[in-house]
Write a protein that binds this ligand. Structure first.
Ligand SMILES: [Cu+2]
Length: 346
């Protein structure tokens, strides 16, 4: 293969890898900040697009000028053709200092205005959710309704959702590109972010700040629903365990007690089962994914996970980060009972 062909092949291979990264994730909207589906994201996009045009125009002008100068004034035998020297030319110096400064001020004013605008707490009929970043999943507390869930956030369409962002361990970053900008989630600090969706749909998000081994497996979904469906979901989440499920989960000789599940996980309604190290499992069956949005919630995936979570997703149980492995300690019968309980009995 000639060198030209080889480099063309390399470029095509590289580009196809990049394009392959934009695969189908099962959600309707793949993380695309250029496809705004809510007010905050749209305001950012409305600022970004004209600025991108300005940047492209400036960039093209500079590149064309550089190429022109390089070609026009290149060294040629017998042709000195030196350009006229302009060093110290006051008019030019002032001109090329002021022109970029004017462009920058023109861009800075709306940018700063939007930064303050987006930071403001929305008024009216809003939803408030406290988001806690954890290695490696997201906890959502619907404080007004008194329940906690994980990774999949339900929001009502057309209502601003004011998020309070906190971290339990290291720095994370909350980002749902179709709905809003990115906001860091920093231990010891409280940040806020407003998201809002124009239409029903499932919007993908991702932790956007490297936070350890399973950073790439710290995904999230925002599920925007019409008000009535959202309310129905909230009412369902508020219901604690009852009946057979409560009996199973509270049984002091049952698998949940024997494997110490409630040392890390909450089970609403079960006495003392309020730990927040791992996700609240009360309504796990109502979610479509688990483990930080890493796996679809299926019988097989859940089985593998409970058996040996660190084998499924890089974690550090030796440092008390993530779920331990039960591969040598859990019986098949217990595993069957736990999976059936988590998937069916709720
Ligand atoms: Cu991260």
């Amino acid at each position: 293969m000639s060198r030209g062909r080889a480099s063309r092949a390399a470029i095509v291979a590289g580009l196809s890898l990049v394009v392959a990264a934009c695969g189908d994730n099962g959600a309707e909207f793949d993380q695309n900040t250029l496809d705004p589906r809510g007010e905050a994201a749209r305001k950012i996009d409305d600022l970004f697009t004209p600025f991108a045009v300005i940047a492209i125009v400036v960039g093209v002008l500079v590149v064309v000028a550089v190429i022109y100068a390089a070609v026009r004034f290149r060294a040629r035998a017998g042709h000195p053709d030196n350009p006229k020297q302009v060093h110290g030319h006051a008019g030019l110096e002032i001109g090329w200092t002021i022109a970029p400064a004017v462009i920058l001020v023109f861009m800075a004013v709306p940018t700063v205005r939007l930064v303050f605008d987006l930071a403001e707490k929305p008024k009216g009929d809003i939803v408030e959710i406290t988001v806690t970043g954890k290695q490696w999943w997201w906890e959502y507390e619907y404080s007004g309704d008194g329940f906690r869930t994980a990774n999949e956030m339900h929001i009502p369409v057309g209502r601003p959702v004011y998020l309070t962002l906190e971290s339990d361990d290291v720095i994370h970053s909350f980002w749902v590109p179709n709905l809003a900008g990115k906001k860091d989630v920093v231990p010891g600090r409280t940040h806020h972010l407003t998201i809002e969706a124009d239409e029903p749909g499932e919007f993908l998000g991702q932790c956007a700040e490297y936070c350890g081994l399973s950073h790439a497996n710290m995904r999230l979904r925002v599920i925007a629903e019409p008000e009535s469906e959202y309310r129905a979901w909230v009412e369902n989440q508020k219901v604690p365990l009852q009946g057979e499920a409560l009996t199973f989960a509270s049984d002091p000789s049952g698998p949940i007690a024997r494997y110490g599940c409630t040392a890390c996980h909450s089970l609403d309604g079960v006495p003392n089962a309020t730990a927040r190290i791992g996700p609240n499992l009360t309504h796990l069956a109502s979610r479509s994914t688990f483990a930080g949005g890493t796996f679809d919630l299926t019988d097989e995936a859940l089985r593998k996970w409970i058996r040996d979570a660190p084998g499924q997703k890089p974690m550090q149980p030796d440092k008390n980060v993530g779920m331990p492995s039960f591969k040598d300690s859990m019986t098949d019968a217990d595993l069957d009972a736990l999976v059936a309980y988590l998937l069916e009995r709720q």
